[in-house]
Write a protein that binds this ligand. Structure first.
Ligand code: DP6
Length: 357
């Protein structure tokens, strides 16, 4: 499939005013996307759990206008600092949604997670906005096919932020061509289709908030540093191999192997940051303290709890729902002490985006 199928030729004058809203979750990658080619093409395939609690809700009022424009309210207030990212996104998707040039977008958006929690909202935010634009396209007569609707929403989300293309549906989505994943694509995310073992359908993710502020190096800058990285080729190969192994594990429920792959991915991601030029460290001392505690606790109790990291200092603690009581006590008694003001967010695998208006 090429990008051409996503080019909409529709007549905007069919509709003068249209209001729609979508709630999209964040996602946590088990196999990480780190490194890309222009435009937003991943260097390797990735696979994530879609979350259920950490979400962005976005409502858009589309009104016919002389030229494309937008205004934005974030959690009840104007947010000019978000404008450049949204403008870039709208410019980038215009060739695929030419009808947008006839609309003014009034965007109202909010996150379910606390502001400045250090949780990246670009995935959930871009997915919710892309879905809203696809709803307008459907209203204008396009995207009548359900599968194509979600494919295009994921395609557009990807152009806003790579990982956003995995926030459209659930419970797991992959993105990036991979020989073992049928229908996988570099252009959009697809629902992981192999039969998941029950345990993974209700997996828990507690997000331990080690550092709530802005991170020192953005993901976009980090991806860029993979260009010419001395370990790049091996890293991309490792990710492809991990995905092959993880596919089997998700079907056979081997939690020990699951843990080995997931933790190795997290540490490899940060190893890339620590070995790029210039090198940098996003983990904080308390991040490391948590990783050590988790490994020790697992060894002592045999409870299959493991960690993963995104491009920041916070730790995602992953464990089966059946171990929730013990792990919750471990978090309260030990891990929360390493969190900023003891803060953490309780999340779990979710179903994907939901239309709210
Ligand atoms: C470490 O999707 O935030 O979370 O495409 O530049 O917006 P851009 O990057 P982004 O990168 C996410 C990196 C990651 C791994 C992952 O989610 O796969």
């Amino acid at each position: 499939m090429t990008e051409e199928v996503f080019k909409a030729q529709l007549n905007p004058s069919n509709f003068s005013d249209f209001r729609v809203g979508w709630k999209s979750p964040s996602n946590i990658a088990l196999v990480k996307y780190w490194g890309k080619k222009p435009v937003q093409i991943p260097a390797n395939a990735s696979l994530s759990f879609t979350l259920s609690e950490s979400c962005t809700s976005t409502e858009v009022q589309f009104s016919l206008a002389e030229a494309s424009s937008f205004d934005l309210v974030f959690e009840g207030k104007a947010k000019p600092s978000f404008h450049p990212k949204i403008q870039d996104f709208l410019d980038r998707i215009l060739p695929y949604c030419s009808f947008l040039s006839a609309y003014h977008l009034s965007i109202e958006t909010s996150n379910s997670f606390p502001h400045s929690s250090g949780i990246a909202s670009s995935a959930s935010a871009m997915a919710a906005l892309a879905l809203s634009i696809c709803s307008l396209e459907r209203e204008l007569g396009g995207l009548q096919n359900e599968a194509l609707f979600f494919q295009k929403a994921s395609f557009l989300s990807r152009l806003g932020s790579g990982s956003a293309c995995r926030s459209v549906q659930g419970p797991m989505m992959s993105w990036g061509e991979h020989p073992d994943l049928e229908n996988s694509s570099d252009l959009y995310g697809t629902v992981f289709e192999a039969e998941l073992q029950e345990v993974f359908k209700s997996y828990k993710d507690t997000i331990l908030l080690v550092h709530k502020g802005q991170k020192s190096v953005s993901s976009t800058a980090g991806h860029d540093l993979m260009k010419g990285h001395i370990f790049a080729a091996s890293r991309f190969e490792q990710a492809q191999m991990h995905l092959t192994q993880l596919k089997s594990v998700l079907q056979n429920g081997d939690l020990e192997h699951f843990i080995r792959i997931v933790e190795s991915e997290a540490l490899s991601l940060h190893a890339m940051m620590m070995s790029s030029h210039p090198y940098y460290i996003l983990m904080q001392p308390n991040t490391l303290a948590i990783l050590h505690s988790v490994m020790r606790y697992r060894q002592e109790t045999k409870i299959p709890v493991c960690f993963t990291l995104d491009a920041g200092a916070n730790v995602h603690l992953l464990y089966p729902e059946s171990n929730q009581t013990e792990v919750q006590a471990f978090i309260e008694e030990e891990l929360s002490l390493f969190c900023e003001q003891g803060a953490y967010l309780s999340d779990a695998v979710g179903k994907g985006s939901e239309k709210i208006v």
